[in-house]
Design a protein around this ligand. Structure first.
Ligand SMILES: *Cc1c(COP(=O)(O)O)cnc(C)c1O
Length: 370
């Protein structure tokens, strides 16, 4: 098949640097080969830096971001336990579905789409439900382009003795994230967003308190594959007695190793600033042309921007026309379907030059469709 390269400006995957693709195509080796174990140790070390954590249990799950979500909940939540889920888009809704399937008692806080999680509502909810054990939220809602205040949410949750699960799929290595300082207990992400790696992997980290809660479980984790007490025997370094759990996706992890190396070499602070500078250029270019951003400025998520579809313009026609130019952008989801486009400036594509590229492409395409 003759595969045409695309410029990926949607909600992920984003374009992958050549050095990461080169790493992917290195010769496959065994997943218990000492060379590979060394690579895994390096991956886990780099990940601790990216998450800004000292958590011992920090590793990469062998499946996409969704398995990070699944793994967080199936381990931390037992049937009948009370979980408070802050929902402000598609992904918070999925957290609720997972918890229902576990048989948890789910309390939801629904925030208007396009707005962040409301900390005051969380405070009130936790006062009314003082038996809640877990608070979960999405730091960076990719469906709405909103960043919530993770440190405030976690502080409130901790003052009510709850453990905190945070979806950081679109924030890791794109916007400020400090797992230890903010006291987040379980944080998961995905490979294909701001890390600019190939899709299909999910970095995850567990605080000691989270691991303790898993050890205290009365019931076994329903999912064999996602049970961290089994996974730990493979991922935890130290005594080097790694046991077979499943065959790790060796080549994808070569790619992750290189993608993380790029983050470490650049530094997180520089990378966060790059994402911010790039998106500021996008806002400026599009606003100068009369286009409107959906999310209020202080709550916008740098890696993902929602732009209102102007009156008289067909959302789908523009996306199709861009794809004909080998440029992918995202459609609006849920309440924003047909009403907004989603532009990702993630990882490789978070630069002024790439922001200009996508702004030029969008504006000329709108002009030609008028
Ligand atoms: C992309 C995304 C996911 C799911 O990741 P997959 O790799 O598609 O499984 C979960 N949460 C958020 C916020 C996301 O943006």
């Amino acid at each position: 098949m003759n595969l045409v390269k695309r410029e990926l400006f949607g909600p992920g995957p984003t374009n992958v640097p050549d050095s990461v693709l080169d790493a992917l195509s290195r010769p496959t080796i065994g997943h218990l080969d000492p060379q590979f174990l060394e690579i895994m140790d390096e991956i886990n070390e780099s990940l601790r830096y990216c998450f800004q954590t000292q958590n011992a249990l920090t590793f990469v799950l062998s499946a996409p971001g969704s398995i990070g979500m699944e793994t967080s909940f199936v381990n931390l939540v037992e049937p009948g336990e009370k979980v408070v889920i802050c929902i402000n888009g598609v992904f918070g809704g999925r957290m609720k579905d997972i918890c229902r399937r576990i048989g948890a008692e789910v309390v939801t806080i629904e925030n208007k789409w396009g707005t962040p999680v409301n900390p005051d509502e969380l405070q009130k909810t936790l006062q009314a439900h003082d038996d809640a054990e877990i608070v979960a939220f999405v730091h960076a809602e990719t469906s709405t382009g909103v960043r919530s205040d993770a440190s405030t949410i976690a502080r409130i949750a901790k003052s009510h003795d709850c453990l905190v699960i945070a979806d950081c799929v679109t924030s890791l290595a794109g916007v400020e994230l400090r797992v230890d300082d903010w006291e987040l207990d379980v944080v998961y992400s995905g490979s294909q967003k701001c890390l600019s790696c190939v899709p299909g992997l999910s970095p995850i980290t567990f605080s000691d308190a989270a691991v303790e809660k898993v050890k205290r479980r009365q019931t076994p984790v329903q999912s064999w594959f996602c049970d961290i007490s089994l996974l730990m025997s493979y991922y935890e370094s130290g005594e080097k007695t790694r046991a077979y759990h499943h065959t790790a996706p060796v080549n994808a992890l070569f790619a992750m190793h290189q993608a993380l190396k790029l983050v470490v070499n650049e530094s997180l602070e520089a990378r966060w600033a790059r994402h911010s500078d790039a998106v500021n250029r996008l806002y400026a270019r599009l606003e100068a042309a009369g286009l409107e951003m959906i999310v209020e400025e202080q709550h916008r998520l740098a890696p993902l921007t929602l732009v209102r579809v102007p009156d008289g313009i067909s959302d789908a026609e523009i996306r199709q026309s861009l794809l004909a130019q080998n440029i992918e952008i995202g459609a609006g989801l849920g309440k924003f379907a047909g009403k907004a486009w989603r532009f990702g400036l993630m990882g490789e594509n978070a630069s002024i030059q790439r922001a200009d590229f996508i702004a030029d492409a969008l504006l000329s395409t709108i002009e030609s469709c008028r």
